[in-house]
Design a protein around this ligand. Structure first.
Ligand code: ATP
Length: 314
């Protein structure tokens, strides 16, 4: 038998991507390799450079320098038609024809892309929009519009799906429908690149997440690796205190001495909240508090990506 040669199966490769708007450097050299069939999350605060990266990938913006390869083809100077067809994009803002019905919106794009009517109906059913297909899009909720935008992006059966804030501003039910669909797309072998502010979403959906901040990709790994590297678990506790026998200032001073970097406290009218890392000296430290105040609630939370985000951005 011939030895198997292992080659990297990158569907998308970004090398040292830079982009400035005037004197402002929006991207300072982004490197990212996306494997075929994986879900990659771009995470970062507002203005980090996520949308700029996406716009360059799909040819809406031109990079100043760097390289992008899609299906091993260098596309930095323009996206060839055959690659364009293989990429579906959903932007944060709706780009639907609002006066047209859901059905007509899809039929319009289906004709341009040479897609059969049956595919339009199949997608409308799958995304629970079939019953409202004849309604004008202007009467749709944000979640319905987003689902329709996803249907549109899937019409030509793309191999790569790029979602910019697909669940941003949606009610929890609509967001959940979309998240389930994204997981399903992975099972169908599609590669998904999504930008999100929701860390739990990235944790649940993504094989790997890239943290982008101020135009730099500062960390890229599996969500579980980030979580393992965290100062693991922490405890959340709520204690009661008597505001008539102790003023807030003194309590604040006492808590500031007790807490370590990264731990938190919040003082309310007659109780205070503590978030402490589970570590060797935790109970010794806690003794100082439990002697004096009554514990009213306790939770044990596993460190999540929210924590990673805070640490990386601190
Ligand atoms: P958000 O989560 O808010 O969408 P983002 O990470 O997608 O943020 P980008 O939209 O990529 O951020 O913007 C990165 C930076 O580049 C921001 O500071 C933004 O103001 C700036 N920027 C983006 N497009 C332009 C433009 N056309 N002209 C000038 N500045 C721009």
């Amino acid at each position: 038998m011939w030895p198997r040669i292992m080659v990297d199966d990158y569907i998308l490769e970004i090398k040292d991507l830079k982009k400035s708007f005037g004197s402002f450097e929006a991207l300072k050299g982004i490197d990212l390799k996306v494997n075929k069939g994986e879900i990659i999350g771009l995470l970062g605060p507002n203005g980090a450079g996520k949308t700029t990266t996406i716009k360059i990938i799909i040819g809406l913006l031109k990079a100043d320098s760097g390289e992008i390869n899609i299906f091993s083809e260098n596309i930095i100077s323009g996206l060839p038609g055959w690659i364009k067809e293989k990429i579906g994009v959903v932007f944060e803002e709706s780009n639907l024809y609002h006066r047209l019905s859901a059905y007509d919106n899809l039929i319009f794009f289906a004709r341009i892309n040479n897609v059969k009517k049956a595919k339009v109906e199949e997608l409308l059913k799958e995304y629970k929009l079939f019953d409202v297909r004849k309604k004008a899009v202007k009467n749709f909720s944000k979640g319905m519009k987003k689902r329709l935008m996803i249907c549109r992006s899937l019409l030509a059966e793309p191999e790569i799906l790029i979602l910019d804030e697909a669940t941003g501003g949606l009610d929890p039910i609509s967001a959940e429908i979309i998240r389930k669909k994204i997981s399903q797309l992975k099972n169908e072998g599609k590669t998904v690149l999504l930008s999100t502010h929701y860390l739990e979403e990235a944790d649940r959906l993504c094989d790997r997440v890239a943290f982008i901040n101020k135009g730099n990709l500062i960390a890229l790994d599996k969500p579980s690796i980030f979580k393992d590297n965290l100062q693991q678990d922490f405890l959340e506790l709520i204690f009661a205190y008597d505001p008539f026998s102790l003023n807030k200032k003194s309590l604040k001073r006492q808590l500031e001495v007790l807490l370590k970097k990264g731990e938190e406290f919040k003082i309310e009218e007659d109780n205070f909240y503590l978030k402490l890392f589970v570590e060797e000296n935790l109970f010794k430290r806690l003794n100082q508090i439990t002697d004096q105040y009554k514990l009213v609630d306790l939770k044990n939370r596993e460190g999540d990506l929210q924590e990673v985000f805070k640490q990386i951005n601190s």
